[in-house]
Design a binder for this molecule. Structure first.
Ligand SMILES: Nc1ncnc2c1ncn2[C@@H]1O[C@H](COP(=O)(O)OP(=O)(O)OP(=O)(O)O)[C@@H](O)[C@H]1O
Ligand SMILES: [Mg+2]
Length: 374
């Protein structure tokens, strides 16, 4: 197979012989490639390619592709060691430029998506551990019905769901519980891990994630803290490769619309931070609210049942004192701090003094960060 990229003759001193098209195209400064394997599949060889010496690989590639015109999303084919092995051009800087002997060529390995970026969640959490958040739980029940009986839904399968709400209200917790209730894979992607050292890395990781997940009959992709990668356009200029990632996510989300086997759940603190094209692709936005009096009572009781110490305080009083606090704040800032305070004072019971201490400390912490997001 021939490279479709136009070959343009260049001299050793890197000056290009003049021709109309040559004058139009600048020299490529850097190129990011991804191995995509043969244009056809056969079982004799592994499709994965491993570069053992990056410097040598760069020299080897430059030499064989010298003078070729490179364009984002087109392909280059090896002509020497593994003839016709394809590499997708993930990025060319500038686009539509020509490879010369100074072009930097970087190679993204498929194994770049590793376990820390993408993991299948398994925990012991169940829906009953998540207090309140009835709207979200109802939607999860619909998801479970779909997973148990997809035919029932025809082309109307649930697809893209967005959880939003204040920090510590149970968004991640509910998805973990869902994973436990299901026997289909649920992939978690940490959005911050998609922002790589090189432009194009994140976009390619997203593609690989969707490809991997779609190999299952049915799977859920959970993109936690999605605002980190799907920033609203007005913020994208601040973060070099974010717009690439946004576009890649849009492409993949559109790609699954004809395909009933993937469900995406995104979570964010504030959906208005999201790129509007991405936001509009979520069929439903479900708000996670702060716990009401009854829910705070349940959260407090559930947590103090696991205390290694007995308690001696009025739960209703604590419920009133924790108004406007999230489940996480109640657990981490109030209950944990009061238990630790009792332990540090060598007491054998957690009482109202410890609670007041924790409330005082948590107020101080709150004041320190006040203004950060205002
Ligand atoms: N609704 C809830 N019911 C019971 N516990 C809760 C609830 N919400 C929060 N918690 C407690 O707070 C912890 C943190 O919650 P979680 O990580 O799910 O919050 P989140 O909404 O994902 O927050 P963030 O937006 O910061 O990611 C949970 O592990 C749990 O202990
Ligand atoms: Mg979370």
């Amino acid at each position: 197979m021939k490279n479709n990229n136009k070959k343009i003759e260049i001299k050793n001193n890197s000056t290009i012989k003049s021709s109309k098209s040559i004058e139009k195209n600048p020299i490529c400064e850097s190129l990011t490639l991804k191995p995509v394997g043969y244009p056809f599949n056969f079982n004799l060889m592994e499709m994965d390619l491993e570069i053992t010496n990056e410097e040598l690989f760069e020299e080897y590639s430059r030499e064989q592709w010298l003078g070729l015109l490179v364009k984002k999303n087109s392909f280059l084919f090896d002509q020497k060691i593994v003839p016709d092995y394809g590499f997708k051009i993930m990025n060319a800087k500038p686009n539509n430029s020509i490879i010369n002997e100074n072009t930097k060529i970087k190679f993204i390995e498929n194994k770049d998506i590793n376990n820390s970026d993408l993991s299948q969640i398994k925990t012991n959490l169940t829906f009953s551990d998540v207090i309140g958040q009835q709207n979200a739980k109802n939607k999860m029940k619909i998801l479970i019905k779909f997973i148990e009986n997809p035919e029932k839904f025809g082309i109307w399968a649930p697809k893209n769901i967005l959880f939003y709400g204040l920090p510590g209200t149970g968004k991640t917790m509910l998805v973990k519980a869902l994973a436990n209730e299901l026997n289909i894979p649920l992939y978690l992607i940490k959005s911050t891990s998609l922002i790589g050292d090189h432009v194009g890395d994140g976009a390619s990781k997203i593609h690989d994630l969707f490809e991997k997940a779609s190999k299952n009959n049915l799977a859920i992709i959970f993109i936690d803290e999605i605002d980190a990668i799907a920033l609203h356009r007005s913020f994208q200029s601040l973060r070099g490769d974010v717009s690439e990632i946004v576009n890649s996510l849009i492409t993949e989300m559109d790609g699954i619309s004809d395909n009933n086997n993937l469900i995406i759940i995104g979570a964010t603190n504030n959906p208005t931070f999201l790129d509007s094209a991405i936001r509009s692709r979520f069929e439903e936005e479900i708000e996670f609210t702060l716990p009401n009096d009854k829910e705070r009572t349940d959260i407090i009781i559930k947590n103090i049942n696991t205390f290694p110490y007995k308690t001696d305080f009025n739960i209703n009083q604590l419920v009133n004192l924790t108004k406007n606090m999230s489940g996480r704040d109640i657990k981490e800032k109030i209950l944990k701090t009061s238990l630790h305070h009792a332990i540090s004072k060598d007491k054998d019971i957690v009482d109202m003094d410890d609670i007041h201490y924790a409330l005082k400390v948590s107020k101080l912490n709150k004041n320190e960060v006040k203004g950060m997001f205002e």
